[in-house]
Structure formats: structure tokens, C-alpha cells
Design a protein around this ligand. Structure first.
Ligand code: BGC
Length: 495
């Protein structure tokens, strides 16, 4: 009982109340406006130079690559013009050493090499003809999904602001990532032009617009995966900083006729000052020991890369607690069946290692309805090297998991809710459509339900508003979306 009480107390530290939620939404809206006014706010509000969303009739074949986390994907996409598409892809893990290399070219030449392999396998005729007779075949337009904050100055131009999600290549900061990739593509003499730079959230927004049936266009593309971020459609007239940006470039280098532009919010850095975000001792320790302390504070409470680590720190605190009655993952006699369990934690258990717990662990535990939480015990043994955990331990872990996961979903609702309210789309449109992607929304049980519950508690949305919000998975957003933007870029270049 003492353990259950202690776990409950810790779980309560993660509660994010209705008041917290509403304060969060208000502050998020303030930071959105600040970001539209000037460069350098917490929420960056980066103009993407994408000024229209697709309607499903687009056609053509394009290449797309996607760098944003553990894997690098290369694909070719054929848009059929009837809301459907076909996609061929290959995927490789990005070697850890390249994520932290001193020399940016090492990473980008690895990426170009993967594009070359892909062309040889899937478009060999094109590849060979180009090698034999350069200039004879058309170049492929390539959409580069690069899922890190980039201050864009054009559809295929932009300087890297900072790395996130464990990448750290100092040399690349401030550089144009399209240029870095094009240079390596040219070095291999490939018939490929990097024609669009795309954040994964923008790709998700485009992909959802292309595939989603119905007249309402999609408002938001959001990722809740390794990292988190969102892009949305904003009125050009609200993007006050655009005037300065245009002046610096000698005029607007994009289509102004739609009166709209997609904004990449980079909401991972919402409230870095921690004015409204919850802050437990586990959040604080995680941040302090991360490779980017003080930034991406919202992301560190919401996304997959961090939830396992928050949980690990909470579990470790419980294990090391001075409260000897609340013995956790230690030998004990179970109240359940009066049996004594001898729990063994292997010395090299992931419980003792930074980033040791993967989010998939949380998903499995949250989902576990088995007798005596048998599945949780199995995964404790398999993933964390913890043998013969008692049922009480598993119950305590489940409580903590639930608390960490639910808080993440409610914070996700802060971001989505704020964008919905700030754009006033509930007032003007019949429905609000959101495309989402990422392991957390896809696999974490109940993630969307908790978001919806929070929407109902949000002033300005409420029960009625929540019913008008559609959330749909936009799989392959980064591939399809990048192709759609490459298409727009290609069309814009035509005389
Ligand atoms: C990056 C964003 C990206 C998000 C989701 C964040 O860490 O800053 O650019 O969209 O992860 O992949």
C-alpha cells in the first residue's frame, strides 16, 4: 500500500489541470503572435514560402528524401491526380557517428550516396542515360524534408537555426542545407535538383490536404513522434515580419495572390522560459543533462524521444526513495498473494542509462490489461533487464506511465487548440481538419482521446467545438508532402 501511495503522489506531480491547460493555450496564442511579428521568438513561426495547399488533382513524378530522426528515407512518388498516389521507397538508419560529426559534408555525402543507390535501383534507365549523355534527360525535382528548424528565405533556401532530437553538427548551423545537399548530389553527377525544402509538419499538412476528402482544406499538420512540431495555414496579412523579410530580399519572391502562407511554428520551443509549462524534478534533470539545455522545453515534455527518459527518472527516484516502506523494484512480500518476490535488476539495466527507455515501452505498459500485468513484467525483463518484478511494482509503473503520457497529450492539445483558436477557423469554417503523424499519435493508446478531452475543457472550443475538429493520420506525409511542394516549386519556375 505504501508503494501505491507513493506512486500516486508522484503521478499527481504530472497532473495538468483544466486551469493549467487554459493558461497554456492563452500563452501559446501570445507567443504565436510574437513569432509572426519578429524573428527570434520562442515559437519561431517560420514562413515556408508555401502559399497554397493542394486539392488532390495534382499530377507528376517526384523524388523526396526525408531526414529528421533515426532514419533517412528516399522515395519517388507518382501523383495520380485523383487524391491517390503511388510510392516507392528505401530507408536506412543514419549512423550515430554522422549525427554528431564535426564535418557536415560527411552527413550530406552519405545522403547523396543513398539517393544514388535509389536511382540505380528504381530509375536505372534515367540514371544511365544521364551518365552517358548528360543533358538528355530531365532532372528529377526533389523535395527535401529536413525536420529541424530552418530559417527559410525561399522555397529551396534556408539556414539551419539549431539541431534537435540528438543531432549536433556545429559546422552546419547557419548554413543553407539545400546547398549542402545539392553540392554532394552534383559531386556524384546525379540528375536531381533540390527544388523544395520542407519541414515534416508542412509535408504532413500538404499530404493530408491532397488525400483528405471533402471541401474543408486542412488547417494544421502536426508531428507527435520523436520530436513535435506543427505547421498551419496563416493569412499573409497576419505575418507582420514578412514585410522586413521581403525588403531584405528586394521584394516578395513568392505567390502573394492566395493571401495565405503555411507557417512552420517550431512549437517545440514554446515557453522555453517555463512561464506556463509544468516542471517536475524529472523534467528539470532531463533538461540539464540534455545536449541542448533550456531549449525545446515543450518538446521535452511532449515527444517520444523524451517521454521514456522522464519515466526512467521518475522510476529511478521511486527506486532510490528513502521511504523504505514504499519499496520499489526491490525484494518484497506481495500483499497480492503473500509470496516473497526476489527482484533482480541487472547492473547494466537500461533503468540506469540515460535515454535507456524507449517510448514503445510506455505504449505497451499503457495498453496492458493482462492479469497481474504479466505483459508489463515481460517487457520489464526484456527491455530493462529487470527480472521477477512484483505486481505492485508493475502497478506503480503503469501509474507513472499513464501520468507522463496523459500530460503529453494534454500539452499537445494546448498547441493544437491555440492554433485553432488563434486562426478563428471554428468560427468561419464548418470543420477544422488536422493531419497528424508520428509514433506517439499512431501507437500510444488513447493519445487522441486525451487530446479531445482537453479540447472539451478549453475555453473557446468546448463540447461543441470539439465535435467540429477532425483529426486524421497522414501517413507518408514527409514523402508525399515533399513531392507536392516540389511540384509547386517546379510549376513556379515555368516561364
Ligand atoms: C524539429 C521540427 C520537426 C519536429 C518533428 C523537432 O525537433 O525542430 O523541425 O518538425 O521535430 O520531427
Amino acid at each position: 500500500m505504501a508503494l501505491e501511495k507513493e506512486a500516486k503522489r508522484m503521478a499527481a506531480e504530472f497532473e495538468y489541470s483544466k486551469d493549467d491547460l487554459n493558461r497554456g493555450v492563452q500563452h501559446f496564442m501570445t507567443e504565436m503572435r510574437e513569432g509572426l511579428g519578429k524573428t527570434g521568438g520562442h515559437i519561431s513561426q517560420i514562413p515556408t514560402y508555401v502559399t497554397a495547399v493542394p486539392n488532390g488533382t495534382e499530377k507528376g513524378t517526384f523524388l523526396a528524401v526525408d531526414l529528421g530522426g533515426t532514419n533517412f528515407r528516399v522515395c519517388s512518388i507518382t501523383l495520380h491526380g485523383n487524391h491517390t498516389f503511388s510510392l516507392t521507397q528505401s530507408k536506412v538508419a543514419v549512423p550515430r557517428t554522422l549525427m554528431e560529426t564535426q564535418v557536415a559534408a560527411e552527413l550530406f555525402s552519405f545522403l547523396a550516396k543513398q539517393i544514388e543507390n535509389f536511382l540505380k535501383t528504381h530509375h536505372n534507365d534515367h540514371f544511365e542515360t544521364h551518365k552517358a549523355k548528360p543533358g538528355q534527360v530531365a532532372y528529377f525535382d526533389l523535395g527535401f524534408t529536413f525536420s529541424f528548424p530552418v530559417e527559410q528565405v525561399g522555397i529551396n533556401k534556408g539556414a539551419l537555426v539549431r539541431w534537435t532530437k540528438g543531432f549536433s553538427i556545429q559546422e552546419a548551423i547557419g548554413k543553407d542545407v539545400c546547398e549542402l545537399l545539392q553540392k554532394e548530389i552534383d559531386a556524384l553527377n546525379l540528375p536531381v535538383k533540390v527544388s523544395a525544402l520542407v519541414n515534416d509538419t508542412v509535408g504532413t499538412l500538404m499530404a493530408r490536404s491532397y488525400t483528405s476528402p471533402g471541401k474543408e482544406s486542412t488547417l494544421i499538420g502536426a508531428i507527435f513522434g520523436t520530436g513535435t512540431n506543427g505547421a498551419y495555414v496563416e493569412r499573409l496579412s497576419n505575418i507582420k515580419k514578412m514585410k522586413d523579410i521581403d525588403e531584405k530580399q528586394g521584394g516578395a519572391n513568392y505567390d502573394t495572390t492566395t493571401g495565405l502562407m503555411v507557417i512552420n511554428t517550431e512549437w517545440g520551443s514554446f515557453d522555453n522560459a517555463l512561464k506556463v509549462l509544468p516542471d517536475t524534478p524529472y523534467d528539470r534533470a532531463l533538461d540539464k543533462e540534455s545536449n541542448n539545455p533550456g531549449i525545446q522545453m515543450f518538446e521535452k515534455r511532449v515527444s517520444g524521444m523524451f517521454l521514456g527518459e522522464i519515466l526512467r527518472r521518475a522510476m529511478l527516484a521511486l527506486h532510490n526513495s528513502d521511504n523504505s516502506n514504499a519499496s520499489f523494484l526491490k525484494d518484497k512480500t506481495s500483499a497480492d498473494n503473500d509470496l516473497t518476490t526476489t527482484t533482480v535488476i541487472e547492473p547494466d539495466s537500461a533503468l540506469f542509462k540515460q535515454w535507456g527507455i524507449d517510448t514503445s515501452f510506455l505504449s505497451i505498459v499503457e495498453e496492458d490489461q493482462s492479469d497481474h500485468l504479466r505483459i508489463t513484467k515481460q517487457v520489464l525483463e526484456k527491455d530493462l533487464g529487470i527480472q521477477a518484478a512484483a505486481t505492485e511494482d508493475a502497478i506503480a509503473i503503469k501509474m507513472l506511465v499513464h501520468a507522463v503520457g496523459k500530460r503529453a497529450a494534454r500539452l499537445a492539445a494546448v498547441a493544437l487548440g491555440a492554433v485553432i483558436l488563434e486562426t478563428k477557423r471554428l468560427e468561419t469554417d464548418g470543420f477544422v481538419d488536422i493531419g497528424v503523424d508520428g509514433s506517439l499519435v499512431e501507437y500510444y493508446p488513447g493519445f487522441e482521446d486525451y487530446i479531445r478531452e482537453a479540447f472539451r475543457e478549453t475555453q473557446g472550443i468546448g463540447e461543441e467545438g470539439e465535435k467540429k475538429i477532425r483529426i486524421g493520420l497522414a501517413k507518408d506525409g514527409s514523402g508525399l508532402g515533399a513531392a507536392l511542394i516540389a511540384l509547386t516549386a517546379h510549376d513556379a519556375e515555368k516561364p
